[in-house]
Design a protein around this ligand. Structure first.
Ligand SMILES: Nc1ncnc2c1ncn2[C@@H]1O[C@H](COP(=O)(O)OP(=O)(O)OP(=O)(O)O)[C@@H](O)[C@H]1O
Ligand SMILES: [Mg+2]
Length: 377
């Protein structure tokens, strides 16, 4: 039976060093892709080097680590390895909420893990649902419409050019120059291509021609009590990373931060320009950080996220999507670049994600024992 009743340490709080399982799906470039999957399938899976970097970071604080593939053998591997906590970056194996699969399994097995929970990871993968929630609470999003069949009539508020992308993918999958459509014919063709190739609805939005930013958030109300770096967190418990601007104008896909552009190394020919901190007016900076934090909170995201935002024709920010499992490849992933821009060491970033997660499971003593921390309800 897949329970952990056989090993229940008297008090995890008393245990200084943990056995941590890093859970991820790994890119396998050595084998051909199975038939019937999109050309960029599995683009959001991690390279084993990223796992090695995360493990090395966790081990700097004395913990023991093990890597477990988040495949269909995961439940059995967890039963055998019996980790104290899992550092979860698994993207999942398919279906309509794949990023929620591993959190769901861990909750079923009552194993502590880092980052956002099932509901948040399920919803945030779905860009349409996410935008409906944000729009309901008055966060600015571009006009949008979901196409499930491809022949739906276009709503009057959607004017060309439009942008068409899979409703439930990440890492620029299904996003290239053909995502920008200028007329009905192109729209129908692209929507049908997305629906057929990615086996999911196409999200159609107003094309946002302005600058593009991504805003990272770390923490929660009681973060100062559990962090190794309480000085990172503002009064409300959140750290806003310096804003990263993605300049795609000279990338392989001008104007679009596509899968092809994302797969280039930073500084490589055809890669986007990465500017962090972005050169922006303080007023815009304040707005972007506020929107990213609200975006995080409205989806009940936990501890870490990255929200992508673009400016519309008039220069107003519009939220594109939130990444509740942001990439963590050192010197490459957006969040890692943002941390580096303010001299936050990669090891420290990873360890804070660990301790914020662990504290939710009662594994960490709060720093100020006299002060009652703001427990999450
Ligand atoms: N409405 C839009 N107008 C203009 N460009 C857009 C629009 N929507 C998306 N893009 C472009 O496509 C890119 C990918 O879109 P988006 O961020 O929604 O998807 P993603 O693939 O999930 O990204 P991530 O890698 O952050 O998970 C954006 O970074 C942006 O450059
Ligand atoms: Mg994005």
């Amino acid at each position: 039976m897949l329970t952990r009743g056989d090993e229940n340490p008297p008090s995890r709080r008393m245990k200084r060093y943990w056995k941590i399982a890093v859970l991820a799906n790994i890119k396998d470039d050595t084998h051909p892709k199975p038939e019937g999957v999109p050309p960029d399938a599995f683009a959001d899976y991690d390279h084993i080097e990223t796992i090695d970097s995360i493990r090395a970071a966790l081990e700097t604080d004395g913990h023991q680590t093990v890597f477990i593939h988040a495949d269909t053998d995961l439940p059995y591997a967890l039963r055998d390895e019996k980790p104290d906590i899992c550092f979860n970056i698994a993207e999942g194996l398919g279906g309509d909420a794949r990023e929620a699969q591993v959190p769901a399994l861990l909750e079923m097995m009552q194993i502590p893990y880092t980052g956002s929970r099932v509901l948040t990871n399920g919803i945030s993968l779905d860009k349409t649902l996410t935008k409906r929630i944000w729009r309901d609470r008055r966060l600015p999003v571009a006009p949008f419409q979901e196409f499930s069949a491809g022949d739906e009539s276009l709503r009057p508020e959607l004017n060309f050019p439009l942008f068409v992308k899979p409703a439930r993918e990440g890492t620029g999958m299904g996003v290239d120059m053909n995502a920008i459509v200028n007329n009905e014919k192109e729209l129908r063709e692209r929507a049908m291509y997305i629906i057929d190739t990615y086996q999911q609805p196409a999200l159609v939005e107003t094309f946002l021609p302005g600058r593009e930013f991504t805003v990272g958030i770390l923490g929660r109300a009681d973060a100062k009590s559990y962090s190794r770096h309480p000085e990172w967190y503002e009064k409300d418990g959140f750290h806003r990373f310096p804003i990263l601007e993605l300049d795609s104008s000279r990338s392989v896909t001008p104007l679009v931060y596509s899968q092809a552009a994302k797969s280039k190394d930073v500084g490589e020919e055809g890669a986007p320009g990465y500017f962090c901190p972005a050169e922006i007016e303080p007023e815009l900076e304040k707005k972007l950080k506020y929107f990213a934090l609200r975006a995080h909170q409205l989806l009940y995201a936990l501890d870490v996220s990255r929200t992508d935002i673009r400016l519309d024709e008039e220069g107003n920010p519009r939220l594109l999507e939130i990444n509740t499992l942001p990439g963590l490849t050192p010197d490459y992933s957006d969040l890692a670049l943002q941390a580096k821009a303010e001299d936050i060491r990669y090891e420290d970033l990873i360890l804070d994600i660990l301790y914020l997660g662990a504290s939710r499971w009662g594994m960490v003593e709060p720093r100020e024992l006299s002060a009652e921390p703001n427990k999450k309800k």
